[in-house]
Design a binder for this molecule. Structure first.
Ligand SMILES: [Zn+2]
Length: 155
């Protein structure tokens, strides 16, 4: 037996994040300007179904950076339910990333430093008690990605 869910038909909207594909590809990431925040993968916004509800659209912005598929399911649920604590944590994480990007761009563009030197400098100044910390190998990869993106940007 199933409930007459079709009466409350509100889940037939195309997901604006993945455009109904259920998968966020490089072109979606570019369209939503999340090149430095997302990697291609199943869409967390529609749970890879390609469809979303009006309720979700009104609660969670489609380009909410920290809503990604690599989060635990419970965390995704909390974001979708606009849980204040989870939203706050997500915002902090995004702020951290934004500052990291700015830091790297600054060292690269204004001080002409290479990826290795930027990583060393960053890690040498990193606060021991920082909420978020990064590993050098991952940081290096990320710096290279930022530099690559900077170089491919039209002026
Ligand atoms: Zn989607």
């Amino acid at each position: 037996m199933t409930f007459f869910n079709f009466l409350f038909k509100n889940s037939d909207l195309e997901c604006p994040r993945c455009l109904g594909k259920g998968f966020v590809g490089p072109e979606d990431i570019r369209r939503l300007n999340r090149q430095l925040k997302w990697a291609p993968g199943p869409c967390a916004y529609c749970d890879a179904s390609g469809k979303v509800t009006e309720e979700l659209l009104s609660k969670v912005a489609v380009d909410t950076s920290y809503l990604t598929i690599d989060l635990p399911e419970s965390e995704i649920e909390k974001i979708k339910n606009a849980d204040p604590e989870t939203i706050e944590r997500g915002k902090l994480q995004e702020l951290f990333i934004d500052n990291l990007i700015k830091y790297i761009e600054h060292q690269y563009l204004l001080k002409n430093m290479d990826a290795e030197s930027i990583a060393d400098l960053y890690l040498s100044t990193e606060d021991e008690k920082a909420v978020f910390s990064v590993e050098k190998e991952n940081l290096l990869q990320y710096i290279r990605k930022i530099i690559h993106l900077k170089n491919s940007e039209p002026n």
